[in-house]
Design a protein around this ligand. Structure first.
Ligand code: FEO
Length: 160
């Protein structure tokens, strides 16, 4: 039986994943405004992925009989100083998400809730990919490469 603490943590994470989906949509909007269609499409796919992450939590909560809370989502940015700033924000966000999932996994372990602990493992693995992806994109843009040229790399290893 899942504890109230973990139910609350998972519901908060559900809201954060939906917020992340909005954040990536904001980055897609910024990219589109810069005529960076490839980046726009990339961030739209990221937005869909985050919605998928939220739905996974949603389904888990329903399956374990925990009430689902759908909180209001905060307004997100759709303007950035540069594409580099947007990707840096994405990397910082993903690093924060990793810490949140680690905290949830730790709480599940302390409660000997191996079901929830196992559920969270998927996210911890996913976060390795997410941090690696944005780390590489930040490095690419920090190298001074023109975002229009970097765009062609998004489907060739810049993005997994
Ligand atoms: Fe749902 Fe990119 O973390």
């Amino acid at each position: 039986m899942i504890s109230q603490t973990l139910k609350d943590m998972l519901n908060e994470q559900l809201t954060r994943e939906l917020t992340a989906s909005q954040q990536y949509l904001g980055m897609a909007a910024y990219s589109g405004a810069q005529n960076l269609e490839g980046w726009q499409a990339f961030f739209e796919r990221q937005s869909e992925e985050e919605r998928g992450h939220a739905l996974k939590i949603f389904h888990f909560l329903v399956e374990v009989g925990a009430p689902v809370k759908l909180s209001a989502l905060p307004e997100v940015k759709s303007e950035y100083a540069s594409l580099l700033e947007a990707t840096q924000a994405a990397l910082a966000y993903e690093q924060k998400v990793t810490r949140e999932f680690q905290a949830m996994a730790q709480a599940a372990l302390e409660e000997k809730d191996h079901t929830t602990y196992q559920f969270l493992q998927w996210y911890l693995e996913e976060q390795i990919e997410e941090e690696s992806l944005f780390g590489r994109l930040v490095a690419l843009l920090e190298s001074g490469l023109n975002p229009f040229l970097a765009e062609s790399l998004l489907s060739k290893g810049g993005e997994k």
